[in-house]
Design a protein around this ligand. Structure first.
Ligand SMILES: [Zn+2]
Ligand SMILES: [Zn+2]
Length: 267
C-alpha cells in the first residue's frame, strides 16, 4: 500500500494477508473530520474531502501491516506463530477461536479510538467501523459470520457516556459489510448484568475475577448454531472478550470469533 499525494491509500502489500483491509478508504467517509482538519492529528489538510493527512495515513498503514497472532490478536513479535497460535495461546487455548484486528493500540489508531470513546466524536464510528469491516472481509475464516455482537456496557456506564462505542462500531461495520454483499446483522442480546470497576488498573487475574459473571445473553438470543463475532474497540488481556464469550457459549453457538479495532500490549 502506498499513500498518494492526497493521503489516500492505494494498495496493500500482498504479503501480509491483510489485502484489501483499507480498500476503498479515503472517499465517501470523509465528512467525519472538521473541514480541512485531519481526524488523527487535527493539523490542516489540503484535501478537504479526506479524513486523515498523509502522515496519519502512513501511520495507519504501518498499523495494518503489523503481524499478529490470529487466535488472540496480540502482536506476534519475535515469537513464532505455530498452528495459528502464539506461545501464549498454545499454553492455554482461548474460548474465542479467532481474532481480527485493525492494528495495535498506538499512534493514530489510538487517538481515533480515544476520540470515539471519550471525546464524544461518535461520527468516528463510520471510519473505524469501516476499517473493522475491511479487516473482517480480509480474513477468510470470517466469511460465515452470522451475528456481530457488540461487547455491552453496563447500563450505568452507558447512561453516563450516552452510547456504547462497541455498538456504534458493530453497526457501522455491519453497514459496510452489507454494502459489500456480506450479509451480517448486529445482535445486541448480550447484556452486561453486573457493574464492574474499570479494568485499566487491574492485573490479568484481577480482571478475570472482576468480570466473573458480568455478562449474560438473553435466553431468546438466537445464538444456537450460529457463528457469532464479538465486537469491541480495544482488547488488552482478552479477559473481557473471554467473559463475554463464556456468556454467549451457554446458548450453543457454532463458533465465537472477535473483531476489534486495536489490541493493546499488556506486558
Ligand atoms: Zn494527521
Ligand atoms: Zn495468541
Amino acid at each position: 500500500m502506498s499513500v498518494g499525494k492526497t493521503g489516500k491509500t492505494r494498495f496493500l502489500s500482498p504479503s501480509n494477508g491483510l489485502i484489501g483491509l483499507i480498500r476503498g478508504l479515503g472517499s465517501g467517509i470523509l465528512e467525519i473530520a472538521a473541514p480541512s482538519r485531519c481526524a488523527g492529528c487535527q493539523k490542516p489538510i489540503d484535501d478537504q474531502t479526506d479524513t486523515l493527512c498523509a502522515a496519519c495515513w502512513e501511520d495507519l498503514r504501518e498499523s495494518l501491516t503489523a503481524a499478529y497472532c490470529p487466535t488472540c490478536g496480540r502482536d506476534s513479535g519475535p515469537y513464532a506463530i505455530i498452528d495459528s497460535r502464539c506461545q501464549r495461546c498454545r499454553q492455554k487455548r482461548p474460548r474465542i477461536t479467532q481474532v481480527v484486528r485493525v492494528g495495535p493500540y498506538g499512534g493514530v489508531l489510538r487517538r481515533l479510538i480515544l476520540d470515539l470513546k471519550f471525546g464524544r466524536r461518535t461520527e468516528l464510528d463510520a471510519f473505524l467501523g469501516r476499517l473493522l469491516a475491511e479487516a473482517i472481509l480480509g480474513n477468510p475464516l470470517f466469511t460465515d459470520v452470522d451475528w456481530l455482537v457488540p461487547v455491552p456496557l453496563h447500563w450505568r456506564r452507558r447512561w453516563v457516556r450516552r452510547y456504547n462505542q462497541a455498538e456504534l462500531l458493530a453497526r457501522a461495520a455491519a453497514a459496510e459489510l452489507n454494502r459489500q454483499d456480506r450479509h451480517v446483522r448486529v445482535n445486541a442480546d448480550l447484556l452486561r448484568i453486573r457493574y464492574t470497576p474499570p479494568q485499566t488498573s487491574l492485573s490479568f487475574n484481577q480482571r478475570r475475577l472482576n468480570l466473573h459473571r458480568a455478562f449474560a445473553a438473553r435466553p431468546d438470543a438466537r445464538f444456537a448454531g450460529r457463528h457469532i463475532c464479538l465486537i469491541d474497540d480495544v482488547t488488552t488481556t482478552g479477559a473481557t472478550l473471554n467473559a463475554a464469550a463464556w456468556a454467549c457459549s451457554k446458548l450453543g453457538p457454532r463458533k465465537i470469533s472477535a473483531a476489534v479495532v486495536a489490541v493493546a500490549a499488556n506486558d
